[in-house]
Design a protein around this ligand. Structure first.
Ligand code: SF4
Length: 266
């Protein structure tokens, strides 16, 4: 029987990132299961019958000795191996670079130029990219979104099946940014400019910024600074274009916001 894929495992979970298994996301759990780091029953909701059909024993760890990130990257690479990069470039907001080896895509990701080929994802200066970013970018290519953005900004809660992800976004992005920057709005703006942020003219918060995280996945940060005199803590709300969901799955959208926050706080 062929080895199950990460996506097949994820589809057996409720995909709600509840963290009861000890991992932040169902995707991380699926990778851990496939690489022998965790037993299936650590997720109380996983469909055991489905696991059996995939040839996995729920009670025993799988014995594969590959790193989780490498396993997922390998899988994603094979999934995009037949994708026509030239054909999807425009829809993804990427430029085409033709080389002797074939067609590459060049796109802006969180303030950096990235080169994507069927075999690798690197920065333009060829420096290695964090595997988590590579996974996100392969997902962006594999998703193969089409069309333009709507220009309508919405909270994550507007997307279908987003309830648990709203909590993840709040915990790992919005609350962390609020806590980190507190009343230091200038510092937030300074860091955001490195990610090519634009300040919004119309803003009901203390500062509103638009960051082109990916060409078709821009993010808005609405930031209310901490007010010691009034006793208000800082607050952050992240907004997405209402068509962002056509370019990445909801879990990847949340992860994009998380990476943006990490870069701002780095
Ligand atoms: S326990 Fe883990 S794998 Fe199961 S739903 Fe929660 S986060 Fe996902």
């Amino acid at each position: 029987m062929k080895q199950p894929t990460v996506f097949e495992i994820i589809n057996l979970t409720p995909k709600n990132n509840c963290e009861k298994c000890g991992y932040k996301t169902c995707m991380a759990f699926a990778v851990a299961l496939l690489t022998g780091k965790i037993k299936a029953e650590k997720c109380p909701y996983i469909k055991l019958e489905g696991l059996k059909n995939l040839g996995l024993n729920s009670a025993t760890k799988q014995k594969l000795s590959i790193d989780p990130d490498t396993a997922l990257l390998k899988e994603l690479k094979s999934k995009i191996s037949n994708v026509n990069l030239e054909k999807i470039a425009k829809d993804l907001g990427a430029n085409i670079i033709k080389t002797k080896e074939g067609v590459n895509l060049k796109l802006l990701y969180l303030g950096e130029n990235i080169i994507i080929s069927h075999n690798s994802i690197t920065r333009e200066d060829l420096k290695e990219l964090d595997p988590r970013d590579q996974i996100l970018l392969y997902n962006y290519v594999y998703f193969g979104g089409k069309g333009e953005l709507s220009g309508q900004w919405v909270g994550l809660e507007s997307f279908p099946n987003s309830i648990s992800k709203v909590n993840t976004l709040k915990k790992y992005t919005e609350d962390k940014l609020a806590q980190y920057f507190g009343d230091n709005i200038d510092e937030l703006y300074k860091k955001a400019k490195k990610l090519m942020a634009q300040k919004l003219r119309v803003c009901h918060a203390d500062i509103c910024l638009e960051i082109p995280a990916l060409p078709k996945v821009p993010l808005q940060i609405h930031f209310w600074g901490k007010d010691i005199e009034e006793g208000f803590d800082a607050q952050v709300k992240i907004l997405f274009d209402s068509r962002a969901i056509k370019f990445l799955d909801i879990e990847s959208l949340v992860f994009t916001a998380e990476r943006m926050a990490e870069k701002l706080m780095g």
